[in-house]
Design a protein around this ligand. Structure first.
Ligand code: DGL
Length: 260
């Protein structure tokens, strides 16, 4: 076990595991605490103030467990609760929206970029204003049912493809699509099939890991770090998805969200 403090990572559910996996690759010697609020997923349809309260409660929980930094591995919570979380926390707090914007900036050639996300993330305009400030043309589309499809383990299903066709039907000519929800990388094969090979899909996980990795020491020795998961909803369903994602194994425990 590392003597460095663990890094806290949270999401409404399994989506943030896509970010945790990239963080783990970047910082293999660090310990991580991952908080999956699956009892209250999805956040994307909930009022902004409610998401802010959830994010503050989870951040406090992680701080009580002595984390040395917090990664808000959820676009909806990043849009609703940053920078307030960062101002109040005594440790660095990172979100996933700016990394997603940076990933798109690196990839686009035409300057015509799409972003899909939860209703909360898209309605906040958090992506649109940052992308437009870079001079990019933006098409934004909320995809309300995608998070539930992923949480139900239906990412590769016929239903997922049907929903993707529905949400993406009106897309204009774009060369890059930001998966602006950390659940969506699990739908990437389906989304890619619907859009065709002319559109590059980008996500925030890799750039987030680069930003966090640049700010924190990787390890204090050659030892592999541990992951400890706190899950507020169904533990078995969560374990299954963590297995499908791979590379995020660790001790998992259920947590009563009413005690947060
Ligand atoms: N993974 C979260 C995000 O990135 C999903 C939010 C939700 O629960 O709706 O936005």
């Amino acid at each position: 076990m590392s003597t460095l403090r663990p890094i806290g990572v949270f999401d409404s559910g399994v989506g943030g595991l896509t970010v945790l996996k990239a963080l783990r690759r970047k910082l293999p010697g660090r310990d991580f605490l991952y908080f999956a609020d699956t009892a209250r997923v999805p956040y994307g349809r909930k009022p902004r103030e409610m998401v802010q309260a959830f994010a503050a409660g989870i951040t406090n929980f992680l701080l009580q467990h002595d984390v040395g930094g917090v990664v808000v591995a959820c676009n909806t919570a990043s849009a609703a609760a940053l920078p307030q979380l960062a101002e109040r926390a005594p440790v660095p707090v990172w979100g996933v929206i700016e990394p997603g914007v940076e990933a798109a900036r690196r990839v686009t050639r035409s300057g015509r970029v799409g972003v899909i996300g939860t209703p909360g993330a898209i309605q906040s305009g958090a992506y649109q204003k940052r992308l437009e400030a870079l001079g990019l043309q933006v098409w934004a589309q909320p995809c309300p049912l995608f998070v539930s499809i992923v949480e139900e383990g239906l990412s590769q299903s016929y239903e997922a493809e049907l929903m993707a066709r529905h949400y993406l039907a009106a897309h204009p000519a774009i060369d890059t699509l930001i998966l602006g929800c950390t659940h969506y990388p699990m739908l990437a094969p389906v989304i890619q099939r619907v859009l065709g090979s002319g559109v590059t899909l980008v996500e925030s996980a890799q750039v987030t890991a680069e930003v966090v990795g640049a700010a924190l020491p990787a390890s204090n020795g050659g030892m592999a770090g541990n992951i400890r998961h706190f899950v507020t909803g169904d533990l078995l369903a969560y374990q299954h998805t963590a297995q499908v994602i791979g590379g995020v194994d660790g001790e998992m425990e259920w947590l009563d969200v009413t005690r947060l």
